[in-house]
Design a protein around this ligand. Structure first.
Ligand code: ZN
Length: 297
């Protein structure tokens, strides 16, 4: 009798019946997805370049002390997996250090791998990502979806092309490489995370019929319609979280960097609320978890 009860309880708990999934915005396009058991980090980029990096005088390396502090303050001494959207410094710079410090597997493409290998540190653990190849991390399945990086101000490509094979981590070596967005499937629902504003609907497998939570970049958008008529229109998610609105030209200061010039965050959030009144539109605040998926009661 007790044995049966025990196994029933055990199987109920493994179904995650009372669980929730949260998202914590940590800077630029960096978001931590957490279901209470497993933590997945996207685009960690707290280290910022200065003039000597732009001039190519100093190497642009992840600031170990800074990353250690951020992880410690956010109680992230363990992160299970790290993914990045492309190899520009404002998305990829701290991923190797997170792998080292939080014992995270860094799911990297060839270009991210080149940047990480330049540290010559065996504590950085990497697994190569492939387009559409699902990766299981705890109860999550993460699918890397290929896309293209938008032009800056719709005028020019910033650091296009591959990361050099023999990079010595010059600022100018953080070339775009490949660009990805991610579908994250969990027993509680689906999450789509794209650091860019322009949608790539044709890259999402037809089998994906719903997205419950959308986490999307709003910087560098051509107009508000690209967001309003994009993923939100096709998938009608329950929750929308904007990212990539803060000024990463300033030193990292826990979300107090101010807005990226021209991003107009309030306007897009208001338009999203007006166009999709049943969708919850959440401006994220640094380090504060937002519940994005929950078990039905
Ligand atoms: Zn970029």
């Amino acid at each position: 009798m007790f044995k049966t009860l025990f196994f029933i309880l055990l199987s109920l708990s493994s179904l995650n019946l009372w669980a929730e999934v949260t998202a914590r915005w940590l800077t630029v396009a960096s978001v931590l997805i957490d279901d209470g058991k497993t933590r997945i980090l996207f685009d960690p980029a707290w280290t910022r370049p200065g003039v000597l990096h732009w001039l190519g005088v100093n190497q642009l390396k992840s600031d170990e002390t800074l990353v250690k502090n951020v992880l410690f303050k956010n109680k992230l001494t363990r992160v299970d997996a790290t993914f990045v959207s492309h190899s520009h410094f404002d998305h990829a710079i701290d991923a190797p250090m997170v792998s080292k410090l939080a014992k995270s597997i860094y799911y990297a493409d060839e270009h991210n791998e080149r940047l990480a290998l330049a540290y010559k540190d065996p504590a950085i653990k990497m697994v190569r990502v492939k387009p559409y190849k699902k990766i299981k991390v705890g109860d999550f399945f993460v699918t890397p979806l290929p896309k293209e990086h938008s032009q800056i101000l719709h005028l020019f490509d910033f650091l296009p092309g591959p990361v050099p094979k023999d990079t010595n981590l010059s600022f100018w070596d953080y070339c775009v490489g490949e660009t990805w967005f991610y579908l994250i499937e969990h027993p509680l629902g689906n999450i789509l995370i794209d650091q860019g504003a322009a949608p790539f609907l044709d890259r999402i497998p037809k089998s994906v019929v719903k997205v419950d939570a959308l986490i999307q970049g709003v910087a560098n958008r051509k107009n508000d319609e690209v967001v309003l008529e994009g993923y939100v229109k096709s998938f009608r998610p329950k929750i929308f979280i904007p990212i990539h609105f803060d000024n990463f030209f300033f030193e990292f200061s826990e979300g107090n960097e101010g807005l990226l010039p021209g991003v107009n965050l309030d306007e897009i959030l208001l338009k999203l609320k007006q166009t999709y009144p049943s969708m919850s539109v959440n401006r994220p605040w640094y380090g504060n978890p937002i519940k994005i998926l929950e078990a039905k009661r």
